[in-house]
Write a protein that binds this ligand. Structure first.
Ligand code: NI
Length: 169
């Protein structure tokens, strides 16, 4: 396994539409997923999409730590994911991204989505995600279409360096 280099906002690798994986069972896809998981934990972060490590494929990994959501969500690797909005009502919350180190912004997203994807065995699986879980999976999915969270922000006055935003006047 290897820790991969993460592209930062502005890098063309983050801007394109990633291609579907032709064979989810190919050994190089398994290696890519293992390396992405190692890179995510090393960063540290809670999610990572293949374009962030300069690979233009529709693959993402994430988990939700217990501190962010009761019970948390286990580590998942999604190949060729699809997202369907279950509840279009949006919820606003703070997001960060390993491609924008040290920064955070306030983003409104649908609060419930259904996720369908393939696992490393090529088997399809699906589940529903709500609240913060729905936010994380939508954020990672956006990377596959070249979308970074500031592009989803309505109010850029709520975008900045975490270190500055937590200061008091
Ligand atoms: Ni991100």
């Amino acid at each position: 396994m290897a820790v991969l280099k993460i592209a930062r906002m502005g890098h063309p690798a983050l801007m394109g539409r990633a291609e579907p994986v032709a064979d989810p069972t190919a050994p190089e896809i398994g290696r890519l997923i293992d390396d992405m998981i190692e890179t995510m934990y090393d960063a540290p972060g809670i999610g990572l999409a293949a374009p962030q490590v300069h690979v233009p494929l529709r693959v993402l990994v994430y988990y939700v730590p217990e501190g962010r959501l009761a019970g948390g969500e286990p580590l998942r690797a999604l190949i060729n994911p699809k997202i369907t909005v279950l509840d279009a009502e949006t919820e606003s919350g703070s997001e960060g991204c390993l491609s924008l180190p040290g920064m955070a912004g306030w983003v409104a997203r649908p609060r419930s989505v259904r996720v369908e994807a393939l696992d490393r065995g090529g088997k399809s699986f699906s589940y529903d995600a709500h609240g913060y879980h729905a936010r994380v999976v939508q954020h990672e999915y956006d990377h596959l279409d070249g979308i970074l969270y500031p592009m989803r922000m309505g109010d850029l006055s709520r975008f900045g360096y975490v270190e500055e935003m937590t200061k008091e006047l």
